[in-house]
Design a protein around this ligand. Structure first.
Ligand code: ADP
Length: 397
């Protein structure tokens, strides 16, 4: 069975064609600047050089049409015929409280995703555009949606209710939802498999550290708590997002600088995080380089980032009554040797001990803790596309 995985943004689209017989990637690619001048498709058949297709793409339907053409192309395609694509798996950011697992797309599901758009105005409408375009171009192919929020729906009320008037939850759905769920689920399951244990027997803390970053406390395979909240802004310090702050700062700064709601949103989403602290960049590589060259604010940004991750690890160990496994994933978690070491430095009291040599790896499944470390620490590269393809296969079987 071959599954096409589609992850659609407002002006971009990522895709992967996965062969489920051995879970190999047959082809993948990225479309950028949909609906903007300079639309571009970069397509790559596994083992063959990238092709770049530059054509006007006024909307997602045109973009997906070009992706499908590339997938069946004689030279750089991966299937002979579209009928070989047995299913499409779509990533959708917000499933609200309605979806605690992936589902096959029906009219009712489409309406429910639309209803959740209010909670993810930048993401769900774009996801829907991708689904609609695929439905038009592949009317007989079954489609599945996988939600970023679904894995976190097992959280108990004490984790997801905010200390605000309860009516805000009842009337508007103001609560913690959590994001990166597909990644947290994948790396927790893969980590358990990698160390030869059952995920149901473990207390796992997963650290998804990329541009966007979140942690999850996963006990017996179920999410108990996660650091992102009503939106993907809460929790850790991120590339450009502030994470946890005193909410009173917002009204204070709003008045001082005479900002409107949009400008405040911009400030906390796009100008804060390690970019805001360091003034250097939102990219951790740039910040690590600057810190090495003696830039104090870059070093401060890294220290604040690490401290916040440590705080959450400690608090999630308390939430679960212990921790057996800590997993690092995503751009920074998979690749930054120094960052992993710095985060774990000081967590020895929890039974976390990193082996310097074992930690000297990037981007592959590995145990990086010492043999006598009570807690196993792992690096597991995330693979949300594979998780989506697996869910599609499971639902359509
Ligand atoms: P997202 O999907 O949220 O955009 P990624 O998971 O791709 O983000 O992570 C991107 C981040 O990972 C960037 O800040 C980048 O600097 C960081 N990163 C990638 N490779 C390395 C590396 N070798 N060392 C340090 N940071 C890295």
């Amino acid at each position: 069975m071959k599954v096409l995985v589609v992850n659609c943004g407002s002006s971009s689209l990522k895709y992967q064609l996965v062969d489920m017989t051995d879970e190999s990637v047959l082809a993948k690619g990225l479309v950028e600047r949909i609906g903007i001048e300079g639309s571009i498709l970069k397509h790559e058949k596994t083992g063959i050089d990238k092709v770049v297709i530059e054509k006007p793409m006024e909307d997602h339907k045109v973009a997906i049409g070009l992706v499908l053409d590339a997938l069946v192309d004689e030279k750089h395609g991966a299937v002979k015929d579209m009928s070989e694509i047995a299913a499409v798996g779509h990533r959708v950011v917000h499933g609200g409280e309605k979806f605690n697992e992936s589902v096959v797309i029906t009219d009712e599901v489409m309406e429910a995703i639309e209803a959740c758009s209010e909670l993810a105005p930048l993401h769900n409408p774009a996801n829907l555009m991708g689904i609609n375009a695929c439905k038009e171009l592949m009317p007989t192919t079954p489609m599945v949606v996988v939600f970023d929020t679904a894995f976190h729906q097992t959280m108990p009320k004490e984790s997801y209710i905010y200390a605000l008037p309860y009516e805000l939850y009842e009337n508007y759905g103001v609560r913690r939802y959590g994001f990166h769920g597909t990644s947290h689920k994948y790396v927790s399951e893969r980590a358990a498999e990698f160390i030869g244990e059952k995920v149901e027997d473990l207390k796992i803390i997963t650290c998804h550290l990329g541009n966007g970053a979140s942690l999850a406390a996963i006990k017996d395979g179920k999410c108990l708590d996660t650091s992102m909240g009503f939106t993907p802004l809460e929790g850790l310090v991120m590339g450009t997002r502030c994470g946890d702050i005193d909410p009173a700062i917002l009204t204070f700064v709003k008045d001082k600088e005479n900002l409107d709601s949009n400008e405040i949103n911009d400030l906390i989403n796009k100008k804060s995080g390690v970019l805001g602290i360091s003034g250097v960049s939102s990219d951790f590589r740039d910040i690590e380089n600057a810190a090495e060259e003696g830039n104090e604010r870059a070093q401060l940004a890294l220290d604040i980032f690490d401290n916040r991750v440590r705080k959450y690890i400690g608090s999630y160990a308390a939430t679960m009554g212990g921790v057996d496994v800590v997993v690092f994933t995503a751009g920074l978690g998979e690749n930054s040797i120094s960052n992993r070491a710095d985060i774990c430095n000081g967590l020895e009291f929890l039974g976390i001990k990193i082996d310097k040599d074992k930690n000297n790896i990037r981007g592959k499944d590995a145990v990086i803790s010492t043999d006598d470390s009570k807690v196993k620490v792992l690096v597991i590269p995330t693979n949300e596309e594979l998780m989506i393809a697996r869910d599609a296969q499971a639902l359509l079987k």
